[in-house]
Design a protein. Structure first.
Length: 192
């Protein structure tokens, strides 16, 4: 697949569209190696990943379920809580996406966030280039809670930016149709 088609065919494959079949760890290492080649200002390489599988995955999702139950209040939904309980059966790995802030005085944190997002895009495009893998970047209020940072044992200069759920696509998984508005509506071209 050429690069333009690869970019245009990148999609989120949600957990219900995954088989739960285990992906070989060497494949995951290859995906992360591609993520590692993201652009980085001042060469800080601010991306860090924690990979959960097997019992670790179940423990991670149980922690998220508990945090949800503790913090949802009146918004609590048993169905949403139950999704955390079965997700370990749907995915092979969960990759926690971490921003590792360098603290360099001339480097705005937003540029390090952009580098981490670029690393995730490299990961996502690498998944797209395979025949049978799928996944998506999930975030939301829970991943930013201090309790989740404690569970992850993040350092003081680290922040969780979400999870990338990874698995093998079901053969009948329906690919979502993506649309974008015209690039011509988003570009100002200045020639003088």
């Amino acid at each position: 697949m050429d690069i333009s088609n690869l970019i245009k065919n990148r999609r989120s494959t949600f957990t219900s569209q995954l088989t739960g079949e285990r992906i070989d760890d060497d494949v995951v290492w290859g995906l992360l190696e591609n993520a590692n080649w993201a652009p980085t200002h001042y060469r800080t390489e601010p991306w860090r990943f924690k990979v959960y599988s097997g019992g670790g995955l179940k423990r991670l999702l149980s922690a998220l379920a508990s945090l949800y139950k503790e913090t949802a209040g009146e918004q609590f939904s048993q169905a949403k809580f139950d999704k955390y309980s079965i997700r370990h059966e749907q995915v092979s790995h969960a990759i926690v996406i971490i921003l590792h802030k360098s603290g360099k005085p001339n480097l705005p944190v937003v540029e390090e966030v952009a580098s981490v997002a670029s690393a995730v895009q490299n990961l996502w495009l690498s998944v797209t280039a395979t025949e049978d893998l799928g996944g998506y970047w999930s975030s939301g209020p829970l991943v930013y809670l201090p309790g989740f940072a404690d569970f992850l044992e993040l350092e003081e200069n680290q922040e969780c930016l979400g999870l990338y759920y990874l698995g093998k696509r079901k053969p009948d998984a329906v690919e979502s149709k993506a649309e974008r508005g015209s690039i011509k509506e988003k570009v100002t071209w200045i020639t003088e």
